[in-house]
Design a protein around this ligand. Sequence first.
Ligand SMILES: *[C@@H]1O[C@H](CO)[C@@H](O)[C@H](O)[C@H]1NC(C)=O
Ligand SMILES: *[C@@H]1O[C@H](CO)[C@@H](O)[C@H](O)[C@H]1NC(C)=O
Length: 261
Amino acid sequence: MTPLDLWLSRSIPMCLLLHSLVLMAICFPSASMCPKGCACQQADYSLHGLNVTCSLSRLREIPPDLPPDTVLLQLDHNHIQAVPDRAFQGLRMLRRLNLSHNAVETLGEGAFLGLEASLEELDLSHNRITSVHKDAFARLKARVHVDDNPWHCDCALQQALGGMAHNHEAAARVHCRSSELRDQEGRPFLAVDADLCILARRTTDYAMLVTMFGWFAMVISYVVYYVRQNQEDARRHLEYLKSLPSKPKKPDEPEDISTVV
Ligand SMILES: *[C@@H]1O[C@H](CO)[C@@H](O)[C@H](O)[C@H]1NC(C)=O
Ligand SMILES: *[C@@H]1O[C@H](CO)[C@@H](O)[C@H](O)[C@H]1NC(C)=O
């Protein structure tokens, strides 16, 4: 074996190994970084990060493996039903989030946790949202679109929208499919300026009053029943004493009753 042969026989496997390593380094990150059903590309303009488009992909949930440098995220026209707490927490650069035309029904307190500093626009229009946690949008600086949802207008919604002073526009486009207030149904949320939270508090106060009255009535009727029962026993006892044949002195009736009672 010449030195050249030796060198070749050792370096070709090395070369192949190196080659596959380089290929892996090039191919793997990009393959694992863009979630299934999405297209990822550098965003235009001065946005330094990825434009992730997952529109019309029949997604049933939010992809768990979104790239951390996503700045634009299009999730519109899918079948997403829920936004779990902290679903976007890792996306510190996310500016625009489009969840319109999905099947989202409700939003919890932590749905948009982690997006407070970066998010500029949040589209939740054309979903099935009826209710939100009162703090679902708390501390978000984003412009929020919540129109075309079957809202149930209640205290929590009033608190959630009230917390977004800069989002009067969003609140103005909320129509109440149903409401705590009968005359608000089918009308714009802002058309009735009753305080739904005071209303809710009054309802609970009333319920409390009724419950307390119920307990009170039960206690009273038990006491009455107990007194009656004892009087009956006392009378029977007296009659028994009276019926005894030879007793020199009869016990004093009224005093006896009162002591038993
Ligand atoms: C993001 O990508 C979509 C298609 O993938 C494109 O239509 C859109 O213009 C892009 N937007 C920006 C701001 O890069
Ligand atoms: C979200 O996507 C829908 C459908 O593509 C589009 O009509 C809407 O303008 C988008 N919203 C925002 C805030 O970009």
